[in-house]
Unconditional design. Sequence first.
Length: 421
Amino acid sequence: MNAQVDAGLVLLGGQREQRTVQRAEAVSTPRHPVRSRDLRILLVEDMLGDARLIQHALRNQTDLHPTVVHVETLAAARDKLVEEEPFDVALLDLSLPDSAGIETVTRLLAAAPLLPIVVMTGLSDPVLAERALELGAQDYLVKGEDPGSAVGRAIRYAITRMAAQIERGELIDRLRQEQDRVGRELAAARAMQFDLLPRPGLVEPGLRALGISIEAYFEPSSMIGGDLWGLFERGAGRLDLFSFDFSGHGISAALNVFRLHTLMGSLCRSTSDPGELLTAANRELKTLIAPGQFATMFHAVLDLENGELAWAGAGAPPPLVFTTDGMRMLDTSGLPLGISAGTRYPTRCMEFPHGAALFVYSDAMTESLCPDGTMVGEDGLRAMVVDCASTQGLAGIMAQFQDAVPGGSDDDLTALWLRRT
């Protein structure tokens, strides 16, 4: 595997305007979510009688103490938004000399996106008022009625509603920023996890010298997962191959992957016996991982000078070996690593002559669901492997698996095809 982090099949061995915008943003933000006095109100109304009626109603709202700035056109309102101190709310007529209808709302919102707006509409156009609310106004008043206390209630509601919208928007922005940060960290962790895999440029010369080719497929179910496989060249014609799968998915499983990978670097140097290695790995993991976490594992040592395969298993799916004598399922029964510190794992051996092949896989391949709701199962997977063993190798196996599970697996997936030439 190289620095790429895409899952898949790999073959080893083969100026003014700026000031205006900034000012508009400043004035469009209510200075207080809910204010009881000193409110600055922008009244946009070309009918003087209606304007006086609104101003009179506001003066009677003794708890508001409003300062009302009255203009008769939308252009004048937009100028006030730039030139004046910030406003807390705007009362906006929908029929002005220079703007009419719903466009009036959108044009004022373009100048002050966060300014609470109460639209004022005639008795004959409630549908227009409803449309204004959909586009961003907070409330509306029906002209022709005595505003009385209604104007005060509308102003309070508009300010409160806009403050809630701003708060939700800020919360959404913070969540998006956090998601972006987590996404970047997960992408970095994914790259680090893929960097743990054997790199073709480093292992190909040694594999060719040993007469070994390996095809590998590795795909975490999320950005990072609990599966990993690796190689360790011992010299003298011997090669270690291991694959493990931690319980769970995501960050906790990935952290355990890094722990066990680090352990494997030292354990492979301390013993060449697969059973002893798993016994030591289990003892160490028991002290490192949380209760309830565990890993299934397969570890094999290929002695190519003597044509022998030695292995040990800790509850991993049983690998398949193909020789001229047929197919054999390897015994990998045993307690998963990290459950009981005193567990010991036996080493088993078999011949591995020229032309033999080894298929190692994670349980995602047998536990994935077909379209009819049934699992692929051990029998289904063996049929795929047998069908492709002699000619197509891992590429054929994965093609059949993906045909059988078109929706893909929801678990971390690892598959290895090792062949001795």
